[in-house]
Design a protein around this ligand. Structure first.
Ligand code: MG
Ligand code: ZN
Length: 213
């Protein structure tokens, strides 16, 4: 019985996600659902990407957080259109939330829309928003056991950004195991090792990102 209820919720979400997808496609927008744990560096990565790519690519952002406008303020400083969603407690964004804010963005002036999901390794992977691609940020300080413990997120992501590599000398994180476990869950996942702090590897990720469209 429980399974039936959950299925219906996800079906309803998928229908709204399809509506979002059609609307975004019609506007010529490529949409990315950016996921990861709290503190993984999702907003920091966004700031790096916007700083490097905004001269050649019109980027728009939707920020999802339970509360607060800190992230939207950080993004707005870079001069790109941004809207903040506060879920008021919900631990993930859903398609309906995205649909309700699309008209607040200048869609005709956006090439790539990046949606930063609520920091959470569980349900963001289950709710389609109408995106073209899911990308996951995982910081090396979270530990190499994350692929084994949260497989769905790794299975659904097209790219995995391993952030905070500048901290590797201070950590016992086994990068070989981290990457091997991610790849065994998802052989197609593209892995980038970056440090948003030192900018190491950020250029490589930006090159890949700008080649997607
Ligand atoms: Mg953030
Ligand atoms: Zn949730």
């Amino acid at each position: 019985m429980n399974i039936k209820v959950v299925t219906k919720i996800l079906d309803a979400n998928d229908r709204i996600a399809d509506t979002n997808r059609r609307k975004l496609k019609a506007a010529g927008i490529y949409t990315i659902n950016l996921m990861g744990a709290p503190g993984a560096g999702k907003t920091s990565l966004l700031e790096c990407v916007i700083g490097r790519l905004k001269s050649g690519l019109r980027i728009g952002v939707i920020e999802g957080d339970i509360a607060g406008t800190d992230d939207a303020r950080r993004i707005a400083l870079h001069g790109v259109p941004v809207v903040q969603i506060n879920t008021g407690g919900a631990c993930h964004l859903d398609a309906n939330m995205i649909g309700s804010v699309l008209d607040s963005l200048p869609l005709a002036e956006i090439d790539v829309l990046i949606i930063e999901n609520v920091g959470n390794l569980v349900c963001p992977a289950e709710f389609s928003l109408g995106e073209d691609m899911k990308i996951m940020v995982s910081s090396i300080t979270e530990g190499h056991d994350k692929p084994c413990k949260y497989p769905l997120m790794f299975q659904k992501s097209s790219a995995l950004i391993l952030n905070k590599t500048d901290l590797l000398p201070y950590m016992n994180t086994d990068m070989g195991k981290f990457k091997a476990d991610a790849l065994s869950l998802n052989p197609k996942i593209k892995i980038f090792e970056v440090s948003c702090k030192t900018q190491d590897g950020v250029g490589e990720f930006c090159d890949w990102l700008s080649g997607l469209r």
